[in-house]
Design a protein around this ligand. Structure first.
Ligand code: PMP
Ligand code: GLU
Length: 398
């Protein structure tokens, strides 16, 4: 008997995690798969952060339930970081630390959406936004940027998508999956569109802030009139190579920070105490390891860009941040090899997994059924081998 809720049935499995699991299964069977599906730094968490966690254990002071919204000294450090790095004013009581930025965003949607409320999602978007909106019984409204405009939705498109039911707008910059970075002018254009709709909250996901190769990182919350209606999301997973530690946070208007705190208090309680002490170590420690990782990503970006450009039929944009490429591969849709038919981007993604033994993620999961996502948070050798194999497998399709 299937007694699952409509709620859970309304969402797909996370495509990033599902693809990573498939690659893992194949590896367990002895197949050599190169995994470029999961957006996960291949670096170790910097030593000083590991030490902060060890000290927390040795001190014997951090074994009890932590405060739901996070330790005060961590929230103070986050508040200072927002001020110093981003020019944002969030007091410590406007900050909620969660089990990864993933939970931060889920909390916000659960706390603010009523059934039928619409959320404008700048598309391509990070895979979980739409599922989280659906779980909170909201309606995602996708506003799609294409490769021709660097995957950035325009202010005009956003204007057209706004209705009486619009409650929020969400986007990431640097963007997962496209690597696009919104500059100040582009953010100003979005803020201008929203000027007369103070009831719309902006959720600005800045988790890739520290992996940015171009212009200075800009936060939409710093623009005129935006601070009081912007939730700024950030976390430690990417910039500090701390995916497994699970620490993310928001700075939010006080009403929404309080509601997120209430939500989290009923669902999970405060985030892991030792991970929070590690996060404090990250914020107060040296930034050089982070900059070094960013330089390594930048070098790989150049390598991967040149290799992808050589694949016939690949349209590739140059990402300015994060660690993904999102090539448009519509050229291959409709092709086949014996009884294998590539009818969709999902078919192409599965074909590359099975034939080239390279795991990628289908663009459909990010709202673009003509693209594939490739994470270049992998070694240069793996990247070279994987792209050569992809090229070889694609050449077999006619
Ligand atoms: N936002 C974006 C854009 C992401 O790519 C991710 C994946 N790391 C998250 C949020 C969630 O990150 P985490 O839960 O690991 O902090
Ligand atoms: N954010 C990463 C990605 O997009 C990690 C996986 C996830 O949390 O979905 O691959």
């Amino acid at each position: 008997m299937n007694v699952l809720s409509n709620r859970i049935k309304s969402i797909p499995e996370s495509a990033t995690l599902a693809m990573a699991a498939k690659a893992r299964e194949m590896k367990e069977k002895g197949i050599e798969v190169i995994s470029l599906s999961l957006g996960e730094p291949d670096f170790k968490t910097p030593k000083h952060i590991q030490e902060a966690a060890k000290e927390a254990i040795d001190s014997q002071n951090y074994f009890a339930y932590p405060p739901v919204n996070g330790y005060l000294d961590l929230r103070k450090a986050i508040s200072q970081k927002f001020k110093k790095d981003n020019g944002l004013n969030y007091s410590p009581d406007q900050i909620v630390v969660s089990n990864g930025a993933k939970q931060s965003i889920a909390n916000v949607f659960m706390a603010m959406l009523n059934p039928g409320d619409e959320v404008i999602v700048l598309t391509p978007y990070w895979v979980s936004y739409s599922a989280m909106i659906l779980l909170a019984e909201g309606t995602p409204v996708f506003v799609r940027g294409t490769i021709e405009n660097d995957f950035k939705a325009t202010a005009n498109q956003i204007t057209e998508a706004i209705t009486d039911k619009t409650k929020a707008l969400i986007f990431s910059s640097p963007c997962n999956p496209t690597g696009s970075v919104f500059n100040r002018k582009e953010l100003e254009a979005i803020a201008e569109v929203l000027k007369d709709r103070k009831d719309i909250t902006v959720i600005s996901d800045e988790i890739y802030e520290l992996i940015n190769f171009g212009e200075k990182h800009e936060s939409i919350g710093t623009l005129d009139g935006m601070q009081d209606r912007t939730v700024t999301v950030n976390g430690f997973s990417k910039g500090f190579a701390m995916t497994g530690w699970r620490v993310g946070y928001i700075g939010a208007p006080l009403w929404l920070a309080k509601a997120s705190n209430k939500m989290q208090g009923q669902y999970t309680s405060g985030n892991c105490s030792i991970a929070q002490r590690a996060a404090l170590g990250a914020l107060t420690g040296p930034m050089e390891p982070t900059h070094e990782m960013a330089r390594a990503y930048e070098k790989r970006r150049a390598l991967v860009y040149n290799l992808l450009k050589e694949i016939p039929g690949f349209e590739v944009n140059m990402p300015h941040g994060a660690f993904y490429f999102f090539p448009n591969v519509r050229h291959y849709l409709g092709k086949s090899l014996a009884d294998i038919k590539i009818e969709s981007i999902n078919d192409l993604c599965m074909y590359l997994l099975e034939d080239a033994h390279v795991s990628l993620v289908t663009g459909e999961a990010f709202g673009d059924p003509e693209c594939l996502r490739l994470s270049y948070a992998a070694s240069e050798d793996d990247l070279k081998t994987a792209i050569a194999k992809i090229k070889e497998s694609l050449a077999k399709l006619t």
